[in-house]
Design a protein around this ligand. Structure first.
Ligand code: SF4
Length: 468
């Protein structure tokens, strides 16, 4: 499998697209900042949201059982799936029992994770993604490249061409209002034809047994209210304890994701419609194992707002597909190695470790610290190249010893001036393919410091000047 660095190369070849993608994604970050600044109690809300989720993770088994009991009492069929295969089989068994051939689905990263569409399509069930962005990428046969804006990598002209081909829209018309109207007509037909609707879930409330689905398009509501069968797929970490906790999360999710005060639709599904069926599938798929990882368990607090990727300089300039995972960006880089360290050991290195992701995270996940910890594990378990491991160990020795550092700074200054260009800028040195070294100064800092007539000998030997 290709690494993040290798896949990014393809994305980076198209510089105008990289610039445009960077701006489009950062636009979310700017909107988020404006809204957050207008909420004086933002930091208190973050603290509260984080502690509610910490409590959930510490008592997950109890909350899940409470949730199940309440949901059953509400007349809901509750199912447990330990992995993706079980989840898909449960959904299929419900659909098969009702002879469902057409399913509408609202946005669900969990069903992406379980590859539900492929599974059901192989059983000849039509699955229609009804979120506009999801439908666009479904028509292109692509996975999402962002948590809340799955088609963020596409320009409207590309969507126009796609719709011309698939929905027979006017040639050359890529006006967003026109395209959205056409998609609406196309989807309306699919809703009316559907025999079952499936949604992802943002929050599952233990003390009511109900689930909450947040959208800006209202597509989940149509999917749940038109067909007689409704199914909700829920990752077990989506539990919150009480009804009154919900307001904390709906505020933080809307602000962090799109800079909205509140999302357009916050829909509550508690019991089946008259004579209809409601199913909830609670899915583990590696979450319990992740819960057992002391250093990484807090990543299960994630509410999938995407703020961390919107702020991440690496995500913005390398695109979602370079993460070769369902969950992309900084949160993906700490969740995915837990599923398959060998295949995903490159992801924790796809970061500048600037910490901006942790600063914006509404539930205070220490993402940058976890990235660093995964790096250490990846090195320890032999998933990082010999050259990089040894190179970094050598750099660590030099940078932690001021005498050694001063010696090497003098040598490096000389070498970098004398070395022929091809020794740095050649195909064997990945660093040099997209960077240019600045010309080393005539004096190192230490030499300059001494030249200023400081009584530097003692300071330098004690490492004070070299470390300043
Ligand atoms: S890690 Fe934090 S910022 Fe990133 S998606 Fe999850 S909740 Fe949002």
């Amino acid at each position: 499998m290709k690494s993040h660095a290798a896949i990014s190369k393809t994305f980076l070849k198209d510089e105008p697209r990289v610039d445009w993608h960077n701006k489009a994604v950062y636009n979310f970050r700017e909107k988020r900042d404006l809204t957050v600044k207008s909420i004086p109690e933002w930091e208190e809300l973050r603290e509260l949201a984080s502690s509610i989720k910490e409590n959930v993770l510490a008592n997950l088994d109890d909350y899940l059982i409470q949730f199940e009991e309440k949901a059953i009492a509400n007349g809901v069929n509750v199912h447990w799936a330990s992995n993706a295969k079980e989840h898909n089989e449960i959904v299929y068994s419900i659909l098969k029992r009702h002879k469902v051939e057409h399913l509408v689905k609202s946005k669900s990263m969990l069903t992406e994770e379980c590859r539900l569409n492929e599974y059901l399509e192989a059983k000849e069930i039509e699955v229609i993604d009804t979120d506009l962005g999801e439908r666009i990428i479904q028509l292109r046969n692509e996975p999402p490249s962002h948590l809340i804006a799955p088609a963020i990598h596409l320009k409207r002209e590309e969507v126009g061409v796609l719709f011309e081909d698939k929905l027979k829209t006017e040639k050359g018309n890529s006006d967003p209002t026109y395209l959205t109207g056409e998609a609406r007509k196309h989807l309306r037909e699919k809703f009316l034809n559907a025999q079952a609707g499936l949604t992802g879930v943002n929050f599952a409330i233990a003390d009511t047994g109900g689930v909450v689905v947040v959208t800006n398009e209202g597509n989940a509501d149509l999917g749940c209210n038109i067909p007689p069968i409704q199914i909700h797929s829920v990752g077990i970490e989506k539990i919150i304890p009480r009804w009154e906790d919900l307001g904390v999360f709906t505020r933080m999710l809307a602000a962090s994701a799109t800079g909205q005060r509140i999302s357009i639709y916050t829909s509550h599904y508690i019991k089946p419609k008259d004579d209809d069926e409601m199913h909830i599938v609670l899915v583990d798929n590696g979450r319990s194992e992740h819960l057992g990882r002391e250093d990484f368990r807090s990543s299960l607090k994630c509410i999938r707002c995407a703020a961390c990727m919107n702020t991440c300089p690496v995500y913005r300039r390398s695109g979602g597909y370079s993460y070769h995972s369902t969950i992309v960006g900084p949160i993906g880089a700490i969740l995915e190695p837990g599923k398959d360290l060998k295949a995903k050991s490159d992801l924790p290195f796809a970061s500048s470790l600037c910490g901006s992701c942790s600063d914006v995270c509404p539930v205070k996940i220490d993402i940058d610290k976890q990235l660093y910890k995964w790096r250490q594990i990846a090195v320890r378990e032999g998933h990082v190249s010999y050259l990089k491991t040894k190179g970094m160990a050598m750099a660590g020795n030099i940078l932690s010893d001021s005498k050694l550092y001063n010696k090497w700074a003098g040598i490096a200054k000389y070498l970098l001036r004398k070395l022929p260009r091809w020794m740095i800028y050649n195909p064997l040195n990945a660093w040099g393919t997209s960077r240019e070294l600045t010309v080393p100064p005539e004096q190192t800092f230490t030499e300059w410091y001494k030249s200023q007539n400081h009584d530097s000998k003692n300071e330098l030997e004690n490492g004070q000047a070299g470390n300043s």
